[in-house]
Design a protein around this ligand. Structure first.
Ligand code: SF4
Length: 365
């Protein structure tokens, strides 16, 4: 039997909506993505990719990066948003020196393959693996850019399948227990609570953030206060983001890139790993068996519907699932096989959907 490869994203996608996983990861071989998918990286991918470069450089040179090293030309690519640029600078200034003082950095974005039985292989890729100078144990470091509250993220990820399997991958490779899982939160701002990385509050008389033409706008025409004296202004208009971030007090940066550490209890971790592996084996055996029944040269959405269920989890993350054209008629919210078949043909010709490019080397096998 040939190996069956699975990673965390497709595994969890199958629980969110099995039909969505089928289309995204398996349709026509390696899955379909919308042809109009933007070529630039999302904020999360952009931050991860910059931090991977920074970490690899730290492994090589053994010294933390500086603001100059993060210049677009030195980093190999620029940033598409001031927020992602600011967060990478904040992490490098606030967290990287601490990490290098207390840990040896072993790898960044290294691929780990875990054989979970029945020829099923779990592909794990921790953001970073470090070794504690205090305990000598390997530890997992994950980056999470989020608009949610940092402590909420910590709770969610400490017990997530991703953390459990990444810790297991690391302990298997180094033949030692994994000491801890660290979540480094990169806190994105919201409309209500903008991040100090890209925005500052200012008021008249507080240089250097007050433009010369500043006028208080918090009074109504009749002179009564609306309630807020402070205004928000984009720092980028006044200073460069790197200049701003490296001038901020470290305490302000620590709040923007907080670290949430969880010790890994070997006994509990063992039970969690056993549960996770059982679940992976059962679910992936179903996927392997179901997909073996599909002939992608002739199948249609109607055939697929009889094999893989939909959960209609169509509005997760506050956006409409990109596969709705292959699922239902949005005008009537009813399944419309004829319409789906027409979109399927368009998908084959790559007008609306294109083939997904696998991002794990094992998938190419
Ligand atoms: S549109 Fe809804 S039912 Fe269809 S794949 Fe997406 S989430 Fe599932």
């Amino acid at each position: 039997m040939s190996k069956w490869y699975v990673d965390r994203s497709r595994y969890e996608a199958g629980f969110a909506c099995p039909y969505s996983r089928l289309l995204h990861y398996h349709a026509l071989g390696t899955g379909l993505v919308p042809s109009t998918e933007p070529s630039e990286l999302s904020t999360g991918h952009e931050i991860h990719s910059a931090l991977e470069l920074v970490l690899n450089r730290a492994i090589e040179t053994k010294v933390p990066a500086t603001a100059v090293d993060l210049d677009g030309a030195n980093l190999g690519r620029g940033f598409s948003t001031t927020e992602s640029e600011g967060l990478v600078h904040a992490w490098v200034r606030s967290n990287l020196p601490w990490l290098m003082d207390n840990y040896d950095i072993l790898s960044a974005e290294e691929e780990f393959s875990i054989d979970v039985g029945d020829d099923i292989v779990w592909m794990a890729r921790p953001d970073c693996v470090v070794r504690s100078k205090a305990t000598g144990l390997p530890c997992v470091v994950e980056f999470k850019s989020t608009r949610a509250k940092a402590d909420r993220m910590g709770q969610l990820y400490a017990n997530s399948l991703q953390s459990i399997m990444n810790a297991y991958a690391v302990s298997s490779k180094y033949n030692q227990p994994c000491g801890e899982v660290q979540i480094h939160v990169l806190q994105l701002g919201t409309e209500q609570y903008p991040t100090p990385i890209t925005h500052a509050y200012y008021r008249a008389g507080q240089p250097p953030y007050v433009p010369e033409d500043w006028q208080p706008t918090s009074r109504r025409p009749d002179g009564t206060w609306l309630g807020k004296l402070y205004r928000r202004v984009s720092v980028a208009a006044h200073r460069s983001i790197p200049e701003w971030v490296w001038s901020m007090p470290a305490s302000a940066l620590a709040a923007v890139v907080p670290i949430i550490k969880s010790d890994v209890d070997p006994t509990i971790q063992g039970l969690k790993v056993m549960q996770a592996i059982n679940s992976i084996r059962i679910n992936e055996a179903w996927w392997r068996d179901t997909l073996s029944k599909i002939d992608w040269t002739s199948t249609t959405p109607s055939d697929l519907s009889n094999l893989v269920p939909r959960s209609f989890n169509c509005h997760s993350y506050n956006r409409l699932c990109e596969y709705t054209p292959l699922c239902f008629d949005p005008d009537t919210y009813t399944l419309n096989p004829a319409r789906a078949d027409a979109f399927w043909d368009a998908g084959r010709s790559e007008e609306i959907f294109k083939r997904r490019q696998p991002h794990h080397p094992q998938e190419e096998q």
